[in-house]
Design a protein around this ligand. Structure first.
Ligand code: UDP
Ligand code: MG
Length: 339
């Protein structure tokens, strides 16, 4: 059994840390999961120890108030298994918690899962195996999902169908937190809002090879779910964002410009018609609804058009200030460097 070089990691020498690469980093957001925590940690370490993979567990405490933080403090005092706890200052939400975990993960493969034991740590080695078949992301599919039918399963079925259609990534279960990522992919993913649900779609935008595999799912044993039905609306809004990002991130003018010119064109035609009515036919046009429409269309058109220009500038700033290329390289083949 390989434990990931525990002693080196615990030295104060910061440089050493960057040299240590465990096979797997397990990232778990924790918000008020004090009862589940000890079971979770031991189940993860048992599963990975049996598989022979070296690993680290990263628990990101998202401002828990139920003693999870104190428990993590205790658990990190014991040297086995190798656990790092990132304690956030307040409750930010699951997405920022996962983003924090991604930032601190050192492994070649990053696994995300929930802290409530609904995902089964025994599935981790299977996900890693699947990933090694040549994928960048393997998403879990809770085939036998153990949640309330009407409140959870139905909205999720509709959402999954919608997301698959809009994003073009055909997965059965976007909401499953249990996923495996190649580390290079994680480095390219920028998370905002509640976009953790759309990680496969974001990964797809980055050109990742994505697949899914059935995983186990259990009823929540301890604590309460942190979400209600209200998340449906947020999912819909996020879906719009993703749709826009996927299609127009590097060419916003193609959408705003098109609508802008369309509005302006229509407004001009109506305006010309009204001019003809006024001066050609000598009728009064002051009380015609068409006049209001023409003015509205012209104004909206100019606004959309200039918005598109601004968006083009913003997009350039976004890419150039962060040194983000507008493409992603999978591999470089170089005949001079062949072994
Ligand atoms: N979570 C978090 N911050 C939050 C809400 C949730 O870190 O503000 C964590 C939570 O502790 C759990 C995971 O996100 O590990 C998923 O939450 P939950 O199990 O409540 O979601 P559900 O399974 O009901 O969709
Ligand atoms: Mg849960």
């Amino acid at each position: 059994m390989k434990i990931p070089l525990l002693t080196q990691r615990q030295t104060s020498d910061q440089d050493l840390v960057s040299e240590i690469t465990p096979d797997v980093s397990v990232v778990v957001p924790i918000y008020n999961e004090v009862e589940s925590l000890p079971h979770l940690i031991s189940a993860i370490s048992q599963s990975l120890t049996e598989s022979g993979l070296s690993y680290e567990i990263i628990c990101v405490d998202d401002g828990s108030k139920d003693g999870s933080q104190e428990l993590l403090r205790e658990l990190t005092k014991t040297k086995q298994p190798y656990l790092r706890a990132i304690l956030l200052r307040r409750n930010y939400g699951q997405t920022p918690a996962m983003a924090a975990g991604f930032n601190y993960a050192l492994g070649k493969v990053v696994i995300t899962m929930d802290g409530d034991l609904q995902n089964d740590p025994a599935d981790i080695p299977l996900l890693v195996e699947k990933l090694n078949e040549g994928y960048d992301l393997v998403s879990g599919w809770r085939k036998n999902r153990q949640d309330a039918a009407l409140k959870r399963l139905l909205p999720s079925k509709i959402a999954n169908w919608l997301i698959a259609r809009v994003t073009g990534v055909k997965l059965h279960d976007y909401g499953c937190s249990l996923k495996a990522y190649r580390a290079e992919l994680v480095a390219d993913l920028n998370l905002y809002g509640e976009l953790h649900r759309f990680l496969p779609a974001l990964a797809f935008i980055e050109g990742a090879r994505i697949t899914e595999m059935p995983v186990r799912h259990h009823k929540r044993q301890y604590g309460k779910s942190k979400y209600g039905l209200d998340r449906t609306f947020r999912v819909l809004m996020d879906l719009l964002t993703i749709f826009f990002l996927k299609k127009f991130l590097t060419r916003p003018m193609h959408v705003f410009g098109l609508f802008g010119l369309g509005c302006m064109g229509l407004g001009t035609i109506i305006g010309m018609y009204l001019t003809f009515v006024k001066f050609g036919l000598g009728q009064s046009i002051g009380n015609r609804p068409l006049l209001i429409l023409a003015v509205l269309l012209l104004l909206a058109g100019v606004q959309l058009f200039s918005f598109g220009l601004l968006a083009e500038l913003l997009m350039r700033t976004y890419h150039e200030s962060q040194g983000r290329p507008i493409y992603r390289v999978r591999e470089i083949l170089d005949s001079a460097r062949q072994a």
